[in-house]
Design a protein around this ligand. Structure first.
Ligand code: AMP
Length: 339
């Protein structure tokens, strides 16, 4: 076959969604965003900033708008590349809520009521909106709308991905084969980053002690101060182990930001104290994050550039979304919209 007769190879589709929650921390970066960036050459990647999910709990509209721009700027600064991937806002694409409605009509209510995240989040609210219960159906629609084959997820989203798989299978059985049944992608093991102040808990933006959380856009002097005051363990040996959660976490961070194995780092610091070690961790984290913060600062106030990225992402996402939606509407029995 000549080259001109060859169909261009289509890449498998990856869908990743993240709420516009404000500042990303080092755990988000090393545990998630870096992995997403690595997929861009081998997959057709849709990165959705899911603003419609963000309104399922109490929020402030002005913050949501600011955080949506800020998140886009942070993702681009981290290496998600609008010339390779589709970065879009969920509310810019017609189809997410439409497909969610149809999937909701085949979704058993009990399955939604049993979702751990719904139970956790609703316990914390005085009044629980129906949107919070419906959230996993909207997430299933986000995934199925693009016929994603791979979905990078954290542990906390495992149950929601299971629901998306169940709904895809149920729709396929009820109507006719339509959706891929998506697979989870868990990324590289060992990139669970813990709080610098309480290394038994995950690094998190909701940590009451914010000195335990390193944000990508923290200025270098703030990163340094937080790392130098990280809790360490008794003894003075720099080695990883269950009895040394603080030092293990810092070794894990140093290993991830320098791409060096932990055993090498243990050798390098053998006989040296915690002071030297923490200084090296601080220098390495700052060196890794400085270009990210600088790129973020250039971008975040350039609303025109961010709008352009949103527009090209939404254009591509909308094309794919309409393709799925029209197929689904036809199978569901809706009369075709008169032209
Ligand atoms: P969140 O905003 O907490 O839902 O996190 C978004 C993504 O970042 C999830 O997919 C998690 O897998 C990842 N993530 C969050 N916190 C950490 C952490 N401390 N260590 C590693 N990965 C994390």
């Amino acid at each position: 076959m000549t080259a001109t007769n060859e169909k261009p190879a289509t890449k498998p589709v990856v869908l990743t969604c993240a709420q516009p929650t404000g500042k990303l921390h080092l755990g988000n970066y090393l545990g998630a965003v870096i992995n997403w960036g690595r997929m861009q050459d081998d997959y057709e990647c849709f990165f959705g900033i899911v603003d419609q999910h963000a309104i399922t709990i109490p929020y402030t509209p002005a913050d949501l708008r600011r955080n949506t721009y800020s998140c886009l700027a942070q993702y681009v600064a981290c290496g998600l590349d609008p010339s390779k991937s589709h970065l879009f806002a969920q509310s810019h694409v017609i189809g997410h809520t439409e497909l969610a409605w149809i999937l909701g009509c085949i979704c058993p209510l009990g399955q939604l009521e049993r979702m751990t995240q719904f139970k956790d989040k609703s316990r914390k609210q005085e009044s629980v909106g129906a949107g919070l219960l419906y959230y996993p159906v909207l997430m299933a629609a986000d995934i199925l709308l693009y016929n994603a084959t791979v979905v990078p997820v954290g542990e906390d989203q495992k149950q929601h991905l299971e629901l998306a798989r169940d709904l895809a299978e149920k729709f396929n059985r009820t109507y006719s084969p339509t959706f891929n049944v998506p697979e989870a992608f868990y990324g590289r093991a060992g990139t669970r980053i813990m709080s610098l102040q309480s290394p038994d808990s995950k690094m998190s933006k909701s940590d009451p002690n914010q000195n335990g959380t390193l944000y990508l856009i923290d200025p270098p002097e703030v990163l340094r101060k937080k790392i130098l005051s990280a809790v360490t363990d008794s003894g003075s040996e720099v080695r990883a182990g269950d009895d040394k959660p603080g030092v293990s976490n810092l070794l894990n961070i140093l290993s991830a930001v320098t791409d060096r194995p932990i055993a090498d780092l243990e050798n390098e610091f053998s006989g040296k104290g915690y002071g030297d070690f923490k200084k090296t961790v601080a220098d390495a984290v700052i060196a890794r994050l400085d270009p990210v913060r600088q790129r973020y600062e250039e971008l975040v106030n350039d609303t025109a550039a961010l709008d352009q990225i949103f527009k090209s992402g939404a254009d591509a996402a909308q094309k794919a979304a309409y393709r799925t939606l029209s197929k689904v509407y036809r199978k569901t029995g809706f009369v075709e919209r008169p032209r």
